[in-house]
Write a new protein. Structure first.
Length: 221
């Protein structure tokens, strides 16, 4: 697992962007400052980073997967090496990952912050079972959802096989709508549930999608 802490600062922006310096710039207050690096928040920042990264990986012999362009593959004859890129996080699957890491640092001058076996990535815990097989499960992510729910509601979630009650017709419910703050909490919790599906807990799909139907106008129950 690799992480590059200054990914956008390693590439230049092609946008013509400037700011008028505020008081926090001291003597330069009022000056027009030209932004030359692909800082966070610019529309093309990610593109300006991903293009040079793609050039580097291509020069190393990798090619993008037809199924997912951010997964890069290299044929090593008796096996394939993979690099999965998520913004500045690179997950490497290789028999000798040090070769790839060394090339990124020494040949392409990438600044790497975290280097080591993958233990947690995009909400998933990675671990090996008793047979040494690499496994993943969103344990920490689910625990965080439960903790957030308990913090907001003051109680632990009730065990339920399905969000709706038998015979309930939520569409015709005339209960009071949640206030703006509680609506944001509801949307945050249901959004976290949707991510659980994305990272492998497909058995929660029906429940999460049922709750998501009411994100625009959740009601008091």
């Amino acid at each position: 697992m690799l992480e590059m802490p200054t990914k956008y600062l390693e590439t230049h922006t092609r946008e013509k962007v400037y700011i008028v310096a505020g008081a926090e710039f001291g003597d330069q207050e009022g000056h027009v400052l030209i932004i030359s690096k692909a800082l966070y928040g610019l529309h093309s920042s990610h593109l300006q980073w991903s293009e040079p990264l793609a050039d580097v990986l291509c020069s190393m012999g990798f090619f993008p997967s037809k199924a997912e362009k951010d997964i890069w593959i290299r044929d090593e004859g008796d096996h394939y090496e993979h690099v999965a890129a998520h913004v500045d996080d690179l997950m490497i699957a290789s028999r000798i990952p040090e070769v790839i890491v060394t090339a990124l640092v020494n040949e392409f001058n990438f600044k790497l912050k975290v280097i080591g076996p993958t233990e947690f990535h995009l909400g998933c815990d990675f671990y090996h079972d008793e047979q040494g097989v690499l496994c993943y499960a969103p344990k920490k992510h689910i625990k965080k959802i439960l903790d957030n729910y308990s913090r907001v509601s003051g109680t632990w979630p009730k065990v339920a096989h399905s969000p709706p009650i038998n015979g309930d017709h939520s569409e015709s419910d005339t209960s009071e709508l949640l206030n703006e703050e509680d609506q944001k909490i509801y949307q945050s919790l249901t959004g976290a549930l949707q991510w659980v599906i994305q990272i492998g807990c497909f058995d929660t799909t029906a429940a999460a999608m049922t709750l998501s139907r009411f994100q625009a106008m959740p009601k008091v129950i």
